[in-house]
Design a protein around this ligand. Structure first.
Ligand SMILES: N[C@@H](CC(=O)c1ccccc1NC=O)C(=O)O
Length: 299
């Protein structure tokens, strides 16, 4: 019975929907499922890449995952997952240009977030962790993570949406790493670098940036049970400025979130360039903080 008793168990290319070849996820189970898991958290990762880069995928979590598996908090983590989702078009990509007939590479908002929700639902149906999970996102993945906590109305408040019909239980905590939170501010900050406006229009269209931005979320209404947001940022990130995390902190603080207490927002400094934080696994430090914070509040 070679292999059956080997932990952790890694699984890749798990299909969570038939929409496209990118509707897959990967998991890592550190130990056999046990009763103790009700005191543990899942860690679920959403990759970045400006909603379009085919070279950045669920695999960008692996280094961070290895660090967590070896960290002191490892015993508090029940499982790990990393999600692929449909991307927006990238016909000018140098080595892997998108094809207009490929459903995996022609998504627009809110397809990305609907895919993330479908993936979380898939995991919740198998592992029953309910709200016991930390949703982590890098760059545009951090946007997506907070959008999960935004009730998924997308401006059409009174219409049912596909996202609302998915019965996803929102996370207990969110960790944003080198994140985009205020889309209009991002585009304005980089007004002299047209690529920023380009990838935003490519993903969201020419309008609706405000309602889609997590800085605009009403978290009292949409995420009443949320306990913790960690906003992690490196001063060495030359692609996303620290202002983005600051704007999200201010938005949460204006809604009563504080550095301590029931609803906490924690700023956390990481080291390295925008993509180095996942390439080196540096992002693990911010996730460790989140696990520690949650374990403290349960004592
Ligand atoms: N490698 C990406 C660029 C990218 O990911 C990016 C660039 C500037 C600011 C944020 C970025 N990614 C966020 O998810 C691309 O080729 O479009």
């Amino acid at each position: 019975m070679a292999g059956t008793n080997r932990w952790p168990k890694y699984e890749r290319d798990i299909t969570y929907s038939e929409d496209s070849s990118l509707n897959t996820l990967e998991t890592c189970l550190p130990r056999p499922e046990s009763e103790g898991d009700t005191n543990r958290f899942w860690v679920i990762f959403i990759h970045g890449g400006a909603w379009r880069d085919p070279a950045i995928s669920a695999s960008s979590f692996r280094k961070t995952q290895e660090k967590l598996l070896a960290a002191p908090v490892a015993d508090s983590i029940a499982g790990y997952a990393s999600i692929n989702y449909r991307l927006s078009p990238y016909p000018s990509h140098p080595t892997d240009p998108s094809n207009p007939s490929d459903p995996a590479r022609n998504a627009t908002h809110p397809n990305h977030i609907n895919d993330v929700l479908a993936a979380i639902l898939h995991l919740q149906e198998i592992y029953h962790f309910e709200d016991r999970y930390i949703l982590v996102g890098h760059s545009c993945g951090a946007t997506l993570a907070l959008q999960v906590a935004m009730k998924r109305y997308w401006g059409s408040q009174y219409e049912s949406t596909f996202a609302l019909e998915l019965n996803v239980v929102p996370p207990t905590a969110i960790v944003g790493v080198e994140g985009i939170y205020d889309i209009p501010a991002l585009v304005e900050y980089h007004e002299d670098q047209p690529v920023y406006r380009d990838f935003i229009v490519n993903a969201f269209g020419a309008s609706g940036w405000d309602t889609a931005s997590p800085t605009n979320g009403d978290f009292d209404d949409s995420w009443p049970d949320g306990k913790l947001v960690v906003l992690a940022h490196s001063p060495n990130d030359t692609l996303i400025e620290a202002e983005q995390a600051e704007l999200q902190r201010k938005a949460l603080e204006s809604q009563g979130w504080k550095d301590a207490g029931e609803r906490r927002v924690k700023m956390f400094e990481l080291g390295g360039e925008h993509d180095e934080v996942w390439e080196t696994g540096e992002a693990a430090k911010a996730i460790e903080l989140a696990v520690e914070e949650l374990s403290q509040s349960r004592r």
